[in-house]
Design a binder for this molecule. Structure first.
Ligand SMILES: NC(=O)c1ccc[n+]([C@@H]2O[C@H](COP(=O)([O-])OP(=O)(O)OC[C@H]3O[C@@H](n4cnc5c(N)ncnc54)[C@H](O)[C@@H]3O)[C@@H](O)[C@H]2O)c1
Length: 336
C-alpha cells in the first residue's frame, strides 16, 4: 500500500515510516524540518529512512500550499497519516504563531489537498492535552473537551473540529488519535525522558514540576506504532459504531469520523519515573522541586477500551523497558 506520512522526520513519524517500509509498503514522507528542536536529530532520522527502499521524501512546510498539493496529488496515497505539527505545551507561551500556522493553517491545507484523490483513510494526530482541565480519570473519548489549558491543546482541538467538518462534507473516513505521552529511542529533546537523562548524565540538576505529584500515561513508541498501524485498517464507517466494553464508540453521528485514545491506561508517577532513569543510568539526580507550570495538567490517564475494541491491542510495554531502551540509544547516539 501507499502511505503518506507528514512529520516523517519527527520522533513518531520516523518510527511509523520505518515500520511501514519494513513491512514492504511504499512511503512518502513530508516534513519541513522545523527548528523547534535540534534539526540534526531530524536529519539523522531522515537519513535512515532514505537508505530504505520504497521511501520518497519531500522537504517542505504544510503552509507551502503549492508544494503540499503537488506532492500529495502526485503520490495519491491509500492512507494518509498526518503527524506534522508544532508540538509541546510550554513553547506556546512565547511562540503562539507557530501553533496557529502549523496546526491550524497547515492542517486545513492538508485537508484540502486530500480531497483531490480521496484516500481510503486519513489519520490525524491529536493529543490527550485536549482533555485539559477535566478531572475525572481515566479520560474517555466521549467526554467533553471544551476546556483546553494550553494553546497547543486549543489548536489540536481545532484540528479535530476542522477534520470533522471535512469528513462530514467530503465523506473521507477520518480518525483523530489522541496520543498520551510517548517515549522511546530517537525521542524528542524537549520531552521529560530525554531532558532528564541528558541532565543527569551531565551532572546538572533536574527541575521537577508539580512538586513531583504529576502522573503521566506514558506509552512506548513501539506500542504506539503498533496501535497506529492496526488503526489504519479500521476506517470509521458512518452509522456503524463498534461495540465497546464498558464504554461507547466516539463515532460521529453525521460523518465517518472518530477520536481514539492511544495510551496504556497505567499512569506513572513522576518521581517513580525519575527513580527508574537513575537506576538505568547508574547515577543519582539532583532534584529541584517546583510548582506546576502554566498549561500543565496533574494527571493524564487513557481509557483504552475503544482502542482495544478497534484493534484488539493496548500498549503494555513497561516504563522500565522504555527507559532502558532509551538510555541505550541515548548513549550510543551521543557517542557518534
Ligand atoms: N510525542 C508525544 O508524546 C506526543 C503526544 C501527543 C501528541 N503528539 C502529536 O504527535 C505528532 C508527532 O509528534 P512527535 O513527538 O513526533 O513530534 P516531532 O516534533 O518530533 O515531529 C513533528 C514533525 O513535524 C514537522 N513539522 C512541524 N511543523 C511543520 C510544518 N508547519 N510543516 C511541515 N512540517 C512540520 C517537524 O519538522 C517535525 O519533524 C504531533 O502532531 C504531536 O502533536 C505527540
Amino acid at each position: 500500500m501507499k502511505f503518506l506520512v507528514t512529520g516523517s522526520a519527527g520522533f513518531i513519524g520516523f518510527h511509523l515510516a520505518c515500520r511501514l517500509l519494513d513491512q514492504g509498503h511504499e512511503v512518502l514522507g513530508y516534513d519541513g524540518m522545523t527548528p523547534y528542536y535540534d534539526v540534526t536529530l531530524k536529519r539523522s532520522r531522515n537519513e535512515i529512512l532514505l537508505a530504505k527502499p520504497n521511501y520518497q521524501f519531500v522537504e517542505a512546510m504544510l503552509e507551502d500550499k503549492p508544494a503540499l498539493d503537488d506532492a500529495f496529488a502526485r503520490f495519491q496515497a491509500d492512507v494518509v497519516v498526518h503527524l506534522a505539527a508544532q508540538a509541546g505545551v510550554r513553547y506556546g507561551l512565547d511562540h503562539p504563531e507557530s501553533y496557529i500556522s502549523a496546526n491550524i493553517i497547515g492542517t486545513q491545507n492538508l485537508l484540502e489537498a486530500v480531497r483531490s484523490w480521496r484516500p481510503r483513510h486519513l489519520l490525524i494526530a491529536s493529543t490527550s492535552s485536549v482533555y485539559g482541565g477535566n478531572e475525572e480519570v481515566p479520560f474517555s473519548e466521549d467526554e467533553r473537551t471544551d476546556f483546553p489549558v494550553s494553546l497547543y491543546a486549543a489548536t489540536k482541538k481545532a484540528c479535530e473540529a476542522l477534520s470533522h467538518s471535512h469528513a462530514h462534507l467530503w465523506k473521507i473516513p477520518t480518525t483523530c488519535f489522541r496520543f498520551f505521552t510517548v517515549y522511546g529511542t530517537w525521542g524528542r529533546p524537549d520531552m521529560a525522558l530525554y531532558k532528564f537523562v541528558d541532565l543527569i548524565e551531565r551532572g546538572e540538576p533536574l527541575e521537577i514540576y508539580g512538586m513531583g505529584q504529576m502522573r503521566r500515561d506514558a506509552s512506548y513508541v513501539g506500542d504506539l506504532i503498533e496501535a497506529i498501524v492496526r488503526l489504519t485498517d479500521s476506517p470509521p464507517e458512518e452509522g456503524m459504531p463498534v461495540k465497546v466494553e464498558g464504554g461507547k464508540d466516539s463515532l460521529s453521528p453525521v460523518a465517518p469520523w472518530r477520536t481514539v485514545n492511544i495510551g496504556g491506561g497505567e499512569p506513572v508517577p513522576l518521581l517513580e519515573f525519575v527513580d527508574t532513569i537513575e537506576r538505568h543510568l547508574g547515577k543519582t539526580a539532583q532534584r529541584i522541586m517546583l510548582p506546576m507550570q502554566k498549561g500543565d495538567v496533574v494527571e493524564t490517564y487513557a481509557d483504552a477500551a475503544l482502542l482495544r475494541a478497534l484493534t484488539g491491542f493496548v500498549p503494555t510495554t513497561s516504563i522500565e523497558e522504555t527507559v532502558r531502551s532509551f538510555v541505550d540509544w541515548y548513549r550510543e547516539y551521543r557517542r557518534t
